[in-house]
Design a protein around this ligand. Sequence first.
Ligand SMILES: [Zn+2]
Length: 411
Amino acid sequence: MPKNPVRKQDKCNLATMEVLVPDNRTGDGDTLQYLTEYHYAWWSETEDPDRIDNVKMVTFSIDSKGNIFERDGSPEADILARRKSKKKLGSKKERDIISLAEFDRLFPDEEAAITFIEDTIWQGVPVCPKCEATNAYMPKSGKPMRWRCRACKRYFSVFVNTPMEKSPIPAKTWLKAIHLMHTGRKGISALQLHKMLGIAYQHTWHLEMRIRKAMEPDDIVLAGIVEIDETNMGGDERWKHANKKLHERWREGKVLVMGFRDHTGKTILFPIPNNDRETLERAIMAKVEPGSTIYTDGHTGYAHLSQLGYNHEWVNHSVGEFVNGMATTNGIESCWALLKKGYVGTFHWMSAKHLYRYCAEFMYRLNSGPGNGPKIMGATLRSMVGKRLTWDDLVYGPEDGTPLETEAMAA
Ligand SMILES: [Zn+2]
């Protein structure tokens, strides 16, 4: 058993915790959550207090002898050992974090922005979108389609087959929008972006939705230890006009979002039509590999997971239990806190129709880490290829899909 300073005490208070892990404290009162007398969880914040993507929920338990164990996938790890081996964080440049001033230095004009997009998508070799030849040159015509294919003689640009094709919005503005959407941990509302970019509100909303579409996830499946939970998103009954109140039917005015988070922090979020056992089980079978360990709350919809080939443990929130043995759902609940803060503070109102896309955006930021610089902007640009979203499709088209709906349609 490893030694530590609180060995002689049979409990550890917040002050002791601070002595043990001073460099992990944020100084923000509500980030340190008192769970039970022997269990603590806190946000171990890295450097940038404004970004929750950086933040990893770490839960510790203290046994009756005062030994402290990290409970985040590595129960044997002693905190002090962890502190010694703690990797130094890279510089902001290494972590791909840039300021707005740096953004303007990197992209002083439209030419710099277009060149960056070409380098990112083509990786140095212009490809003709029609005949796929790689034998293009830049004529001196100065046309918007600034490349010409020697094979088929057509003019083309890097924007063909991306949401930026035929967009009247300058390339630099697109880049700035992508940068800003990665900067705030809760995203940025179309209203705020509209003020910052100086383009019409409707265009900004459409632009943001098109970037969100690029952020839609590839088909990821989690394994190992996976926390699962679901939550209600939707306007608070209290603030609704009397004739809009749903009273005891309040659940009908909300939309359910289901969340999965593995022990490395990889997260999946998407709306679900209801929280019946059948729906939850179908979603879990689609998103978690059999044989994995699943932590949930005491919802009866999860009661039969062991029959589906999962190791299932649960915590009973209704009796104030937050950690049961190794089981906890604190990780996924931290995502709800973020999504709901985004809902209330940033977006004010997310329509049920587009909730899937907002979930995709939050997931993308959670999974891609804290960067907002050229690396993550490049990754987002590359995933914009082939993903156009017209105004008509966005406004008049069907609801954005969820994995469950796609699966149902395929069946
Ligand atoms: Zn060609």
